[in-house]
Design a protein around this ligand. Sequence first.
Ligand code: SF4
Length: 317
Amino acid sequence: MSKILELENLRKEFVSKSSDQPIVAVDNICLSLEKGKVLGIVGESGSGKSTLARLMLRLVEPTSGKITFDGIDLRNQKPDELRRLRSRMQMIFQDPMSSLDPRMTVRAIIREPLDIHNHENSQSREKLVESFAEKVGIAKSALDKYPHEFSGGQRQRISIARAVINKPDLVIADEPVSALDLSIQAQILNLLKDLRRDLNLSFVFISHDLSVINYFADEVAVMYLGNVVEYASTPELFARPKHPYTQALISAIPQIVADQRTDRLILSGDMPNPANPPTGCHFHPRCPIAVDNCSIQTPKLRSFGQNHQVSCDLVTA
Ligand code: SF4
């Protein structure tokens, strides 16, 4: 199966206001996504996952590394070419209100990508708008309303319709359900699953919530302070989590079935400040199994079996 997205040694530094040293937001990211699959990216706030999402579309410029979209080196593209390519890559944001123009009707919002790319004629655009509104659960009679007249869940449905109406090759969803109530989250996840199947979409799905990732993703990259610390297929990651950080995240997921409950691993402290990262393994101040060497030596991502990589020097098998 061919790859829709490949990231090689991607790094992003920001200038620090308080130090001569740059702030490294993401470092040495090597990930890829096959067409039609979902790559989940999980981590706490401050792990660099949202910066990574923006790097994938070149909405922020990488400091170094390579981004290949459907075989095309994105960093070599001129602004015009990049704009054209971006119509094949769409983003769904956490807060739909900030991504929907409050002065536009829902009809105009959903239709806008078709207008920008001059899709066929006006009649065909209108038909598509109505069909995609129906697909996402927005009534035809509501299309001439404005975003503020809808609930948060409905607004996310509108932003999803807008993102997929051009049948993009890649959708990057950055925390698309985390601002919604639990019952609405399930509806939106089911909607995304149906659209993925019906339109054969490839997804990068970003969330701080591993249970959401478990429901939606085929493969998972766990991020901590700008680095991928574990990567595996979703069933493999949940069956055999190897990194202590992943183990702690999984142990924090509530289990309904009593005999599936495991002892919760509570991490001490918060995510460190990326402007002042801990030496050695960035996770060592919070790691329940850290040894002296962990504060000196930086672990590398190593392979364990097929398609499972872990960055922890204490993992042996
Ligand atoms: Fe914990 Fe050390 Fe492994 Fe880092 S390298 S995850 S601090 S045991």
